[in-house]
Design a protein around this ligand. Structure first.
Ligand SMILES: C[S@@+](CC[C@H](N)C(=O)[O-])C[C@H]1O[C@@H](n2cnc3c(N)ncnc32)[C@H](O)[C@@H]1O
Length: 426
């Protein structure tokens, strides 16, 4: 796929000689999006287990999308990716698991516009925007606008500034040195990295940070992260204003810890932010104050209706992300150390410790207290928004296929939605 000299095989400058590691992203699940919208007073694209359509743009090998599809037999799923190897891998798994509600299409964002038909309730795109050319960024955002129906939600995940911007000197250097190295993208990356390290081109603090990152990621990830020609972490103000121009309303962050500004931002920051009227500038200022690295923006296309009343939110379903004895009733956010140890929180843990459930089944607490506690548990990573129970047959079959393959992806399918596996210890 690669020669010993010359350019790497690429899609408009995006590394294409290796598959991106199989990934599942909890915060792109429909129940997660619905919770985030309803908690902010907006209508979710669906209620309960109604049929819906979800389109994933730049789906990689689609293993994450297939987990979602296996957990939602009532849904219809479309995955788009320009790399034939990604689509072939996903297709093979879909066939092996007998999934009939997924369509995987090998197409770039320019060609995919021909399929986009305002039929989707959800569009997702994780880890694409900051790694593709300016033209493809524009095409990606246009596609979300063309594919969603009014009232539909778009979750867009990307590497953000100022955090990732600090790595620009390293990325430029490793990318440039890799051009003259030989072999696959991973081999070229390693050769360039070794040269930078061996020649002492960067300070020791950089290597401490970098080596800790590297340990967490499979090797193919690093080539995809650093060798794309158009690597360019995004400023949120550019992205938010681009979406507003396309007819979307910015809703907030799907990154859990950013749900509640009173628990995430220092009071003096909130005072400053309250003086900024437009959402692109406000998001930019928030990112600078909180030193943001990643963003998972949620947008709604032409918002149509208000969400349910506060007390109705207690009917939403939840699952624990850890076993009850591992739950700490505290978290640290940029606002400081926050404790949420209360009777309401402990009752929620006791209840959900028996399995996925609704907060409305817990008696003796006001809706506001239950919601306050679940907000904090969700922000701390201990509670995951779930769906009402569905037919478990496809999820069970899918999990059996994944188990037989040595669990190539970090989640399990379930009758309550797909759930990150490491969180559940399974
Ligand atoms: C970093 S991967 C993310 C995969 C997946 N969304 C995830 O988060 O695990 C980016 C994906 O975008 C795809 N991609 C890059 N440029 C593209 C383009 N112009 N059109 C369609 N897909 C593209 C790549 O093939 C790759 O699978």
């Amino acid at each position: 796929m690669t020669g010993s000299a010359g350019k790497l095989r690429a899609l408009d400058g995006y590394v294409a000689d290796s598959c991106y590691p199989s990934q599942f992203h909890q915060s792109f699940q429909p129940s997660w999006t619905d919770w985030n919208l309803e908690r902010r007073g907006l209508a979710a694209p669906r209620t309960g287990r109604k049929p819906f359509k979800l389109v994933d743009l730049g789906c990689g090998d689609a293993h994450g999308l297939l987990l979602t599809a296996a957990s939602h037999p009532e849904g219809q799923f479309v995955g788009i990716d320009a790399a034939p190897e990604h689509i072939a891998r996903g297709h093979e798994l879909a066939v092996a698991a007998g999934l009939t509600n997924v369509e995987l299409r090998c197409a770039d964002f320019r060609r995919a516009r021909h399929f986009a038909d305002e039929s989707a309730d959800y569009v997702t795109a994780q880890g694409v925007l900051a790694w593709v050319s300016p033209q493809n960024r524009s095409r990606l955002l246009d596609l979300a606008a063309r594919w969603l129906r009014p009232g539909g939600a778009f979750t867009l995940g990307y590497n953000a500034c100022p955090g990732w911007g600090r790595l620009a000197p390293f990325q430029k250097l490793v990318h440039a040195l890799a051009q003259s190295a030989s072999g696959t993208s991973s081999q070229r990356f390693t050769a360039a990295l070794n040269r930078i390290r061996g020649d002492g081109m960067l300070p020791s603090e950089f290597w401490e940070w970098f080596d800790a990152q590297t340990d967490r990621h499979p090797p193919e990830y690093l080539a995809h992260e650093y060798l794309n020609d158009h690597w360019n972490p995004c400023w949120s103000s550019d992205v938010v204003s681009g979406m507003v121009q396309r007819g979307f309303a910015y809703v907030g962050q799907a990154i859990a810890v950013r749900l509640r500004e009173d628990l995430y931002l220092k009071p003096e920051w909130r005072q400053t932010l309250a003086t900024i009227g437009d959402s692109p500038t406000r998001e930019l200022a928030t990112d600078l104050l909180a030193d943001t690295w990643y963003r998972h923006d949620i947008y709604v296309k032409s918002p149509t209706a208000p969400g349910p009343a506060l007390h109705a939110l207690t009917h939403r379903w939840w699952t624990l992300a850890a076993s009850p004895e591992d739950i700490e009733y505290r978290m640290t956010t940029p606002a400081g150390d926050i404790s949420f140890d209360s009777e309401a929180a402990r009752s929620i843990v006791r209840w959900l410790g028996q399995g996925p459930g609704q907060l409305s089944a817990i008696s003796g607490f006001a809706a506001a207290d239950l919601l306050n506690s679940i907000d904090a548990m969700y922000m701390a990573g201990f509670a995951i928004p779930a769906d009402p129970p569905g037919d478990p047959a496809t999820a069970t079959r899918f999990n059996a296929v994944l188990t037989a393959r040595g669990r190539p992806v970090n989640a399990v399918a379930s009758a309550h939605g797909a759930i990150t596996a490491y969180r559940r210890g399974s």
